[in-house]
Structure formats: structure tokens, C-alpha cells
Design a protein around this ligand. Structure first.
Ligand code: AR6
Length: 194
């Protein structure tokens, strides 16, 4: 595992203690996030919000044109969605009620503030869910595909950030981590078991 700054590692350790208390609120699923019936599913989008490959492509394909239409309106209103930020749209034909689109960081050998930006994706998505009175949310493994973020570090950040958020907010009662690939699934499984 790569070296992380000490305060960041300490933060992660603390979060794991808190994590135990939230085991029931966190569920690990192996599969396709477009099939998940949660209040919101999170999309690992890009700044244009115009769709792409990976989970982004799958969500737009399965959700239909309504999602892209709302993304266009958002871009017209506020301009591009910056890395670490999140926006919300309808979920179109998906079983979920909403899609929260967040833009993960592109991995750049850890030199471009990637860890904070990735944590911001999870935190801002959860905050957006709370402001819309949503209580369940499903996350893919943001940035770990096309954007190349090391999966082990990304999993630690995802779990630590979600855990910390759940400690401070009562409204979210269920968070699903949906792993599409076996490597991420095994990583999450081992971290959640610890
Ligand atoms: N359900 C759940 N997870 C999935 C699915 C799915 N249907 N399909 C892929 N994954 P990626 P990124 C996992 O590349 O790295 C797009 O073009 C996949 O195994 O989708 O954040 C966007 O438009 C991986 O673990 O997103 C951006 O340009 C995880 O989703 C760029 O890719 C994220 O992989 C974003 O790259």
C-alpha cells in the first residue's frame, strides 16, 4: 500500500472504529448499479455530464434520455460539474428514484490532491442525498476504472468517508457499495470485515 500522510491514515483508522457501529447501515453488493432500487444511485461521471463509458455509460443507457436532458439543463445553468462536486437528476427508467452524478479525480500519482477530491465525491453525494430527504444511496467504486485510481486506496477512502458521514447524519439509513469487478469486491469485503 502506498504511503499516505500520517493524519490521513489516522483519520482512516478512527473511521474504522466508528465503522463497526454502522455495519447494518452499510451493505456490500457485487453487480450492476443500474439494477439497484435505492433512493439514489451515484454515477461516476465526467465534468461535461454528457455521458461516457464505464458505469456512466451503463446508467445513461439503462436510464434513458431523461437523465441526459436534465444533465444538459444543469450544465446550461451552472456550467461544468467540477471534480469532487455532485449534482442530482431524475433516474429515468431506472429502479432508483434519482441519480447523483459526481466527478471523481483522474489518478495522477497522488500529486493532484486526489485523495481529498475522491473523499469530496462521497461527502458531497451524501450531502445532496440528505438535502433531498433521501435515505438510501448506492455508490460505485468512483475513479477506479477509466480514471485509474488505485483500488485499495480508493476503497479505504470510500469506506472512511461514508462511515464518518453516517456518524454525523441520521437521515441516511442505507448505503450500498456496489462493486462491479471482482478485485474491488474482494477489497471491500476484506475492509468491511476488519
Ligand atoms: N455498475 C457498477 N459499477 C460499474 C458498472 C456498473 N454497471 N460498470 C462499471 N463499473 P468507471 P471512473 C465500475 O470507468 O474511473 C466514464 O467514461 C468499474 O468496475 O465507470 O470514475 C465517465 O464519463 C469501476 O470499478 O469510472 C468518465 O469520463 C467503477 O465502476 C470516466 O469514465 C468506476 O469505473 C470516469 O472514470
Amino acid at each position: 500500500m502506498r504511503l499516505m500522510c500520517e493524519c490521513h491514515s489516522e483519520k482512516i483508522r478512527m473511521a474504522f472504529f466508528i465503522f463497526v457501529r454502522f455495519m447494518k447501515k452499510i451493505e456490500l453488493i457485487k453487480g450492476d448499479i443500474t439494477r439497484i432500487k435505492a433512493d439514489a444511485i451515484v454515477n461516476a461521471a465526467n465534468s461535461s455530464l454528457m455521458g461516457g463509458g464505464g458505469v456512466d455509460g451503463a446508467i445513461h443507457r439503462a436510464g434513458g434520455a431523461a437523465i441526459l436532458e436534465e444533465c444538459r439543463e444543469i450544465i446550461a445553468r451552472q456550467g461544468s460539474c467540477k471534480t469532487g462536486e455532485a449534482v442530482i437528476t431524475t433516474a429515468g427508467n431506472l429502479p432508483a428514484k434519482f441519480v447523483i452524478h459526481t466527478v471523481g479525480p483522474v489518478w495522477n500519482n497522488g500529486k493532484k490532491n486526489e485523495a481529498s477530491l475522491l473523499a469530496a465525491c462521497y461527502k458531497n453525494s451524501l450531502t445532496l442525498a440528505v438535502t433531498h430527504n433521501l435515505s438510501s444511496i448506492a455508490f460505485p467504486n468512483i475513479s477506479t476504472g477509466i480514471y485509474g485510481y488505485p483500488k485499495d486506496e480508493a476503497a479505504e477512502i470510500a469506506i472512511a468517508t461514508v462511515t464518518e458521514f453516517l456518524d454525523q447524519n441520521e437521515l441516511i439509513t442505507k448505503v450500498y457499495f456496489v462493486c462491479f469487478d471482482e478485485e474491488n469486491y474482494q477489497l471491500y469485503k476484506s475492509l468491511i470485515k476488519d
